[in-house]
Design a binder for this molecule. Structure first.
Ligand code: FES
Length: 346
């Protein structure tokens, strides 16, 4: 695992609509360059809120070529969870952040020749924008069909941009759908199998789905008759785990003894938040990237106590389970705990 960080500076903020802003980040240090990435990957931003550490993953919405030119664009919705609201209200041009290098398996690379079908629900569209720009600028030769679903017309992002890209590049086409009301030029309702099959070459296509779990469940049923091989069906991990699995506990606080290298921390954590969030609230700076159970950066060894992990994010292999490794971003305390974070090799 690569724990190194890059320092990024906000160089521009654009108000996209009432709730969404585009934050453009450039290298903070003169002479340094942004880390390269594959279209669809994300970075994790690290910051501090009132003495607590926090981090959030954001997909890079600009293209890999634009990173070579010196910037990443991140789109942040300010009406969402607390940290997004905080970023929306407090971040100004000139602010400097630590960020991870780009990571994630939800991506295409320059060798992809397509066809690729990208399907998004709401704000999760941002990795598809990166893919669209990479296809449009010629760094990816695949054919890309985009299907972007929204609940309400005022939420829609990238409509004009994607249509323009499809006019400029014959390997791109885009279909938008709005669920609540009919909108001229867009489908009404959800993205269905018929809409996809009528607007994309589905033979041997590779699928990239990014959206809420309810969209994944719907599309799993919709697309089942297409018999898409698992290796061609990519799902971006859903957002951060918020809800503890049912366990009979409510609003309890537990003692956590946490050894990180030579240092031992003793803190209280809530049964209602992930162990990762509990550590961050205490001002500890644990590693994390995806915050949704898939990358393994937040791993810790459970030495004593009882925990419960969100079953939908249980991605540990047998070796990890046998070794007592937990992923703190999707695991909750059910008792006092003793954990160890192995920092060897960092
Ligand atoms: S931060 Fe990625 S698995 Fe926890």
């Amino acid at each position: 695992m690569d724990y190194s960080k890059q320092r990024l500076k906000v160089v521009e903020i654009l108000q996209i609509n009432r709730d969404v802003r585009c934050y453009r980040f450039a290298p903070a240090d003169e002479g340094s360059r942004l880390e390269g990435f594959k279209a669809g990957q994300f970075i994790n931003l690290f910051f501090e809120i009132d003495g607590s550490t926090a981090s959030r993953p954001y997909s890079i919405a600009s293209s890999p070529k634009e990173a070579e030119a010196g910037y990443y664009d991140l789109y942040i919705h300010g009406g969402g969870e607390f940290t997004a609201k905080w970023l929306f209200e407090h971040v100004a041009v000139g602010d400097v952040f630590e960020a991870s290098k780009p990571i994630g398996d939800f991506c295409i690379d320059s060798a992809s020749t397509g066809p690729i079908i990208g399907i998004s629900g709401g704000m999760s569209v941002t990795p598809l924008r990166s893919m669209a720009r990479a296809v449009a600028d010629g760094s990816v030769q695949a054919r890309l069909s985009l299907f972007c679903g929204w609940d309400r017309p005022e939420e829609v992002l990238f409509y004009e941009e994607f249509l323009q890209l499809s006019r400029d590049c014959d390997r791109i086409n885009a279909v938008f759908a709005v669920a609540d009301v009919p909108v001229e030029g867009m489908e009404h309702g959800y993205i269905t199998r018929d809409i996809i099959c009528n607007n994309a070459d589905t033979r041997d296509a590779e699928y990239f789905l990014c959206g809420p779990k309810v969209m994944y469940d719907f599309l799993e049923r919709e697309l089942a008759p297409l018999n898409i091989p698992p290796e061609k069906y990519h799902i971006e991990v859903p957002g951060e785990v918020k809800q503890r699995p049912a366990s009979g506990l409510r609003d309890k606080f537990f003692n956590l003894t946490l050894a990180i290298g030579e240092k031992v921390h003793r803190i209280k954590i809530s049964s209602e938040e992930t162990i990762l969030v509990g550590m961050e609230r205490a001002g500890i700076k644990p590693e994390s990237r995806c915050r949704s159970g898939s990358c393994g950066y937040c791993r810790a060894i459970l030495q004593d106590g009882t925990v419960v992990a969100d079953p939908d994010r249980e991605t540990r292999d047998t070796t990890e389970i046998v070794q007592g490794i937990i992923r703190t971003c999707c695991t909750f305390a059910l008792s006092d705990l003793s954990l160890k974070i192995d920092i060897d090799g960092r």
